[in-house]
Design a protein around this ligand. Structure first.
Ligand code: SF4
Ligand code: SF4
Length: 351
């Protein structure tokens, strides 16, 4: 079920304040050094409404960088899990991040439910904003993961200047709007026309059109030589930036820590590009060769994800493009594959 309304911008702050009084509110705000990041909101006026498209993803709020899974108390001989049931609303995320969460749901919920992720997801309402000014590095348009979503959102806002075109899909989202029905009005024909124009103009602003499907086919054809991947690997510093920034990278490791009276098990982000990832007992490193790790990152996103989860392990957010110091990123690798394939050259990478 999908419903549509108009929200005058003058009413946004009141609505958000009411939501914050009922549950945790997370939105883009400036941190201590002036960067815009998603944070818990105390003061509504500190929310950054006019922020760039390329914000850090909200992955951290569903798969925290460090997450205590459970704690054992030696004194009480008791195990307490740390499954979060805090109700919260995340405001201001982009369509590509909502699309990424929809894919993560298939990984973390559908096959073997992860209770930590599942609970966070079930207790989070997402209010996303259509990108009306995509970043030059964005390429979600070729993947149907942005600049707006046709489905799979809770509440989607399109900025029409003095008002938002509001679309709600989930039952929870519709009920939240109905609770504040006096703030919302029915869209007129001109509102639909204006929304359509915003979507068209946003689509026209994309500078990159990338086909992951074409790259997938090329890789599957076996035409890409190891020298191509070797060239890419030689530029990788193994900093892990791409993995940490990517809304669809899920590598983690698990550690046990002992304190005076308690023992905790925690999971924390890891990177498949690190040598020690999946290290086995006895110190055996299954992927010691660097080229194997580079290939795995791209193969995982372009081959394995669509095979198993029916969508690519990339939503075209462009974060790896701005993060990687070695100029290794999904967009440039796919463009290089395309150009070399079209020109019929030997498929290698010289940097
Ligand atoms: S691979 Fe790069 S462009 Fe694709 S979703 Fe991850 S960070 Fe974004
Ligand atoms: S960001 Fe670039 S250099 Fe860093 S691990 Fe990823 S590919 Fe390697």
């Amino acid at each position: 079920m999908k419903r549509e309304w108009i929200l005058d911008k003058n009413h946004l702050s009141y609505w958000l304040r009411q939501l914050r009084n009922q549950m945790q509110l997370i939105a883009p705000m400036r941190d201590q050094v002036g960067d815009i990041v998603f944070k818990q909101v105390e003061h509504i006026h500190k929310i950054e409404l006019n922020c760039p498209s390329l914000l850090p993803s909200v992955k951290e709020f569903f798969l925290p960088q460090y997450e205590r899974l459970f704690e054992y108390s030696k004194k009480d001989d008791r195990v307490v899990d740390s499954i979060s049931k805090t109700k919260r609303v995340i405001f201001g995320l982009r369509s590509c991040d909502v699309a990424a969460l929809n894919t993560l749901d298939r990984f973390f919920i559908d096959e073997m439910p992860d209770p930590y992720y599942k609970s966070r997801r079930e207790n989070s309402l997402l209010i996303s904003i259509v990108c009306n000014n995509p970043d030059p590095t964005c390429f979600c348009i070729g993947l149907d993961t942005g600049p707006y979503l046709k489905q799979g959102f809770d509440i989607q806002l399109t900025d029409l200047g003095d008002r938002y075109f509001v679309q709600a899909e989930s039952e929870w989202a519709i009920s939240i709007i109905k609770n504040y029905h006096f703030l919302f009005s029915r869209p007129q024909k001109s509102d639909y026309d204006d929304q359509y124009e915003v979507l068209l103009s946003s689509k026209a602003r994309f500078q990159k059109r990338i086909s992951l499907q074409q790259s997938r086919q090329l890789i599957k054809s076996g035409r890409i030589k190891d020298s191509f991947w070797q060239g890419i690997t030689s530029r990788c510093f193994e900093c892990g930036g791409c993995v940490y920034q990517c809304p669809l990278c899920t590598c983690f490791t698990v550690v046990d820590r002992s304190y005076n009276d308690t023992v905790e098990r925690a999971r924390l982000w890891d990177s498949c590009l690190f040598k020690g990832f999946t290290r086995l007992a006895g110190g055996i490193l299954p992927n010691e060769e660097r080229i194997k790790r580079t290939k795995r990152w791209f193969f995982h996103k372009l081959i394995h994800y669509p095979d198993v989860l029916e969508s690519f392990g990339c939503v075209g957010c462009g974060r790896c493009t701005v993060t990687c110091p070695g100029r290794i990123d999904m967009a440039s690798v796919c463009m290089k594959l395309k150009s070399i394939a079209l020109n019929g050259e030997e498929i290698t990478d010289e940097g």
